[in-house]
Ligand binder design. Structure first.
Ligand code: NAD
Ligand code: UFG
Length: 339
């Protein structure tokens, strides 16, 4: 049982991972600057688990303060979630993205070396497979990026691999998430993006509660089952459980590894809309719009390596994803604002 630092720990995936870590007997410590989250999430985690996790307000760029935290909290592993993640914004503000995500990772690795922490799990993304990959995506595919956000993930991975060559005792797990959706089935924690959502599921959720009028379906002339784009949506509960398995594998003394976390099952935009309508009983008004720049027809995981290394397979269906997203959104239409 370990003390584990979650950078970006009050964010969407961090909060769900904290729940699983607590339920597995670990002690997660959530470090965040709250640029895209709320400290109120800690009370929600307590409501779910009975344990109030420690939250530290800090920027990962503050290497000195981070080093102190690693020492004083006796941290054995870091799960590095903290990053900016909006693709469109990264095109507008590349410096902010490189600074936060790439320099942030350098700072985390520097602090780990100073404090003698040897295990890191990185939030990577299917975005590192670029636009030329042919699904199902395998971990040994060449990496590339089509926007600054994706580029930061490619760079964060490369930096960690390089540092691990030099520091023989460093062990890493790169987790390449496909499309995380859904919420804790309690409806107590979930995702509430600031401003207009970029991603499909949060947009659908906001249409369902009346925060947005209608969804634009970006293209219906792709070579897919119904012409709309297909992705590999993974329930955040499955994703969070994957982190516990990954950190346990590292702490057990195994070698570094890189795995996809996805279901391996592609789902189209229209299939997702229909599943959400069924789960929520709401009608999702939508219109077919032109393709979104930079989008590809189809992205889904080859999930076999995660099965082999972590014995990880997903348990939640698309209907579960929609049901839990709806419970969260309908009970918290303004996210944690009203908590
Ligand atoms: P999120 O925005 O909810 O969580 C990220 C957290 O990091 C936020 O709480 C934010 O306040 C914090 N943060 C950002 N910069 C920081 C800094 N400099 N110092 C301290 N805290 C900082 O996003 P999420 O969906 O939970 O994503 C977590 C990680 O997973 C990110 O690295 C993201 O790139 C990656 N990822 C997410 C998705 C997705 O679709 N959600 C897909 C693939 C990969
Ligand atoms: N879509 C719509 N309308 C919307 C939003 C999305 O039709 O309003 C469509 C997209 O065209 C795509 C699908 O829904 O076909 C999924 O789009 P998302 O934006 O939800 O997800 P992406 O796969 O395009 O990208 C997301 C993140 C990336 C990350 C990638 C893989 O935004 O940062 O998942 O993890 F890299």
């Amino acid at each position: 049982m370990a003390n584990i630092l979650l950078t970006g720990g009050t964010g969407y995936i961090g909060a769900h991972t904290a729940v699983f870590l607590i339920e597995s007997g670990h002690t997660p410590i959530l470090l965040d600057n709250f640029c895209n989250s709320s400290p109120k999430v800690a009370q929600r985690i307590e409501q779910i688990t009975g344990v109030l996790p420690k939250v530290i307000e800090m920027d990962v760029l503050d290497t000195t303060a981070l080093t102190e935290v690693l020492k004083t909290e006796h941290i054995e592993a870091i799960i590095h979630f903290a990053a900016l993640k909006a693709v469109g914004e990264s095109v507008e503000k590349p410096l902010a993205y490189y600074q936060n995500n790439v320099t942030g990772t350098l700072s985390v690795l520097d602090a780990m070396q100073r404090a003698g922490v040897h295990h890191i799990v990185l939030s990577s993304s299917a975005t590192v497979y670029g636009e030329k990959g042919v699904p199902p995506m395998r971990e040994d595919a060449p990496l590339s990026a089509t926007n600054p956000y994706g580029q930061t993930k490619v760079m964060m991975e490369q930096i960690i691999r390089d540092v691990a060559v030099a520091q023989k005792d460093l062990r890493y797990a790169m987790l390449r998430y496909f499309n995380p959706v859904g919420a804790h089935p309690s409806g107590l924690i979930g995702e509430h993006p600031r401003g207009i959502p970029n991603n499909l599921m949060p947009y659908i959720q906001q249409v369902a509660v009346g925060l947005r009028e209608r969804l634009s379906v970006f293209g219906n002339d792709y070579p897919t089952a119904d012409g709309t784009g297909e992705r590999d949506y993974i329930h955040v509960m499955d994703l969070a459980r994957g982190h516990v398995l990954a950190v346990a594998r590292l702490l057990a003394g195994n070698d570094s590894f890189t795995v996809n976390l996805g279901t391996g099952q592609p789902v189209t935009v229209l299939q997702m809309i229909h599943a959400f309508e069924q789960a929520s009983g709401q009608t999702i008004a939508h219109t077919i719009a032109p393709r979104r720049a930079g989008d590809v027809a189809s992205v889904y995981a080859d999930p076999n390596l995660a099965k082999q290394l972590l014995n990880f397979t997903t348990e939640y269906s698309v209907n579960d994803m929609c049901r839990d997203a709806w419970v969260w959104q309908s009970r918290n239409p303004n996210g944690y604002e009203d908590a």
